[in-house]
Design a protein around this ligand. Sequence first.
Ligand code: NCD
Length: 312
Amino acid sequence: MQKLKHLRHVMSPLDLTTEELDKMMDLAEDMEAKPEKYAHVCDGMKLATLFYEPSTRTRLSFETAMLNMGGSVIGFHSADSSSATKGESVADTIRVLGCFADIAAMRHPKEGAPMVAASVSPIPVINGGDGGHQHPTQTLADLMTIRKLKGRLNNLTVGLCGDLKFGRTVHSLISALVRYDNVKFVLISPEELRLPSYVKEDVLAKNHKEFTEVIRLEEALPSLDILYMTRVQKERFFNEDDYVRMKDFYILDEEKMGLARDDMYVLHPLPRVNEISVDVDADPRAAYFRQVYWGMYMRMALMFTLLELEVK
Ligand code: NCD
């Protein structure tokens, strides 16, 4: 196992300073441009993926990131296939995985579970999404994509649309963006799926950020630099009827895209259900697959940083 000078965990984007984020984005660009330079920096190292909840992008992106740096991957991709079914706690599981691996990524349906793991872990733990709370590595992908497309992370009007209540990607992205100057937020959601008041008060108001809440997407579209669409989080609803009522509340299509500026980009953490019509995919402003692409390089850069690696 790698001996680290500082054992650090990433539970929320706030565990990284904006200076560190800038450096990580520069590093991710270098990793994309010169893959051979980083192809062996993790030789002999292992990533453990502890996924207690379904995932396609996040887990495979972490795995690809480690493989691209010469390391290997161990782990499980559902609670059913781990000793969680026997009643093992996340704290014990991470202590065990800490005997095998150098770094871990964990996704869990319960808010705070990765923090519990981090509090006893001998290796860095990265939160790969905890319930409706935080998803910091999605934010890394989002920030990188915005920087690539707009050339800046300040002076932006960002619309967040859909399930702002349960959408952990939204909570993480807001907490990251409030640290940049002159970022305004337009919160687009049905009444029932509004941004939780703790995010409005503790994150937006406390950082003196301007925000408006609207129900109609059409009303918000003309003013936006970035539109961040989200899926209604079916798995977090208490009853099926409420989900069915909400699930097709927003459908972005090419006709609505006509209301947006030519330099407004559409992001989505994916998976998409119906909230973005496939006819938008060919629009040059559709950036969601580019987000996936940059997410992998940002996970490489994050693991490189937490493992205190250097290029030889
Ligand atoms: C998101 C998540 O898991 O929160 N997906 C992802 O990691 N890209 C968004 C979602 O599931 O809707």
